[in-house]
Design a binder for this molecule. Structure first.
Ligand SMILES: Cc1cc2nc3c(=O)[nH]c(=O)nc-3n(C[C@H](O)[C@H](O)[C@H](O)COP(=O)(O)OP(=O)(O)OC[C@H]3O[C@@H](n4cnc5c(N)ncnc54)[C@H](O)[C@@H]3O)c2cc1C
Length: 404
């Protein structure tokens, strides 16, 4: 028998879970909403598991850095404030045999003098310092903003590793998310021998005292009770009757799953929408555990050397009390075989290609006219941290409920 549901939420990651709870907070009755999640556990990329006796975040390194009070209050409802440790971020980059603090352009003072001079000379010649217009391609932007030295030593190899694709395909419209250190701040940091400029995301961060990052989302899922159906992948979508998996007939569909699943689940999508979904690009990340303790105070370390497959190490012994070892993040296209613990994240990063904004806007506009709302990292095809996923889900719930 087909069950009628007013708000059907596809995906039980941070976005879908927050949307469901926000509906309840807005007075929507439990019977009017349902979350369908493919995995046996809620939390999506933010899930954790236990490896070698301690938590490991299977979607990669996850740290909580929240700007909005209502988001923090919401998360503390599920994992109270006293259950989190607070840390001052220590993030390093391995370069020229040294561990340098991130962001590099704010910490060149940590290099030997001759190296500092080379970097500074190269930044002084950039288009951004000379007042030239910002380019639209990512590769050109790197040289325009940071100069040949940082481009060749760090930014180009690191980005070739993480994206494992032709970097010419990437746009620059998302770069406001990267640290923005001016040349003046770089010079000042070298003169004063200390960091200068705006700190990047996670300047301070929270991490659970006794659990992995997944705990908060696991609890959020449990609190939904029978309104969350786990192990229930979306396999069929009938747009005419608005019926999902031949079982749930929805008035409004909130989708936080990758749009590719819509291609598989629905054969009657308009051709124009199918074409635009096919233009969306994602990368996959493998997370591998290593039990060796690293002699560093860093919470995480960026590894730009192309001789090494992974691009980041998450030093869990420095933020997960009582644990040992570290885990790595590696683009799955570069991963080497392993006998150890590995978690493969097929959908890890949406890629900011030059043509993405046009494609996703076309999809979202079509969707909205059909009472289908794209939400979260995959619904919007946007890099967003979990605090932003929460904030956007809250805002979207408000907006959709107010429409009746
Ligand atoms: C390497 C890495 C590091 C990160 N670091 C941080 C960090 O430090 N701090 C931070 O706040 N954020 C971080 N993030 C971002 C964070 O993971 C996301 O913001 C968050 O997971 C987005 O939530 P979401 O619900 O939109 O997507 P997801 O978490 O991807 O959830 C989508 C859900 O949909 C489900 N689903 C998929 N297909 C189907 C289907 N066919 N049927 C039913 N369900 C389906 C999935 O199983 C999943 O549960 C990081 C992400 C990555 C990849």
């Amino acid at each position: 028998m087909v069950k009628k549901i007013k708000y059907l939420i596809l995906g039980g990651g941070p976005s879908g879970l927050t949307f469901a709870h926000s509906l309840l907070d807005l007075g929507i009755s439990k019977n009017e909403l349902l979350v369908l999640e493919a995995n046996a556990e809620a939390g999506g990329l933010c899930r954790s598991t236990i490896v070698d006796g301690a938590p490991l975040d299977i979607g990669g390194g996850h740290f909580l850095d929240v700007k909005k009070k209502e988001v923090l209050d919401f998360l503390f409802r599920f994992l109270p404030q006293e259950e989190w440790n607070s840390y001052h971020r220590v993030a390093k980059i391995i370069l020229r045999g040294q561990e340098i603090d991130h962001p590099l352009e704010g910490n060149l003072w940590q290099f030997f003098r001759e190296d500092q001079l080379n970097y500074l000379e190269s930044i002084a010649q950039t288009g951004s310092v000379r007042g030239e217009t910002m380019p639209e391609s990512f590769i050109e932007w790197i040289r325009w903003k940071l100069g040949e030295c940082i481009a060749n030593d760090y930014m180009l190899p690191y980005n070739r590793k993480i994206w494992a694709m032709d970097l010419n395909l990437l746009g620059t419209y998302w770069l406001y998310k990267l640290p923005n250190v001016s040349f003046r701040e770089t010079l000042r940091s070298c003169l004063e021998g200390k960091a200068s400029g705006t700190l990047p995301a996670h300047g301070t961060f929270l991490y659970p005292k006794h659990y992995g990052y997944g705990e908060v989302w696991k609890r959020m899922g449990s609190a939904l009770g029978s309104q969350l159906i786990r192990s229930s992948p979306i396999t069929s979508i009938d747009l005419t009757t608005r019926t999902i998996n031949k079982t749930y007939q929805a008035e409004k569909i909130i989708t936080s799953i990758p749009w590719m699943y819509w291609l598989e689940a629905n054969s009657s999508l308009p051709e124009r929408i199918r074409e635009n979904i096919k233009k969306l690009v994602n990368i996959s990340i493998d997370v591998d555990y290593q039990k060796k303790n690293l002699p560093t105070k860093a919470h995480w370390i960026y590894e730009p050397s192309e001789k090494i497959s992974y691009h980041r190490m998450l030093v869990r012994s420095n933020f997960c009390p009582g644990s040992r070892g570290y885990w790595t993040e590696c683009n799955a296209a570069r991963s080497l075989p392993t006998n150890g613990f590995r978690h493969h994240n097929e959908y890890a990063y949406p890629v900011n290609t030059l043509e993405k904004p046009k494609s996703i806007n076309t999809i979202l506009e079509w969707a909205k006219t059909n009472k289908i709302y794209g939400l979260g990292r995959w619904g919007k095809w946007e890099h967003m941290n979990s605090d932003i996923a929460v904030s956007e889900a809250m805002a979207m719930a408000n907006e959709i409920v107010s429409q009746g």
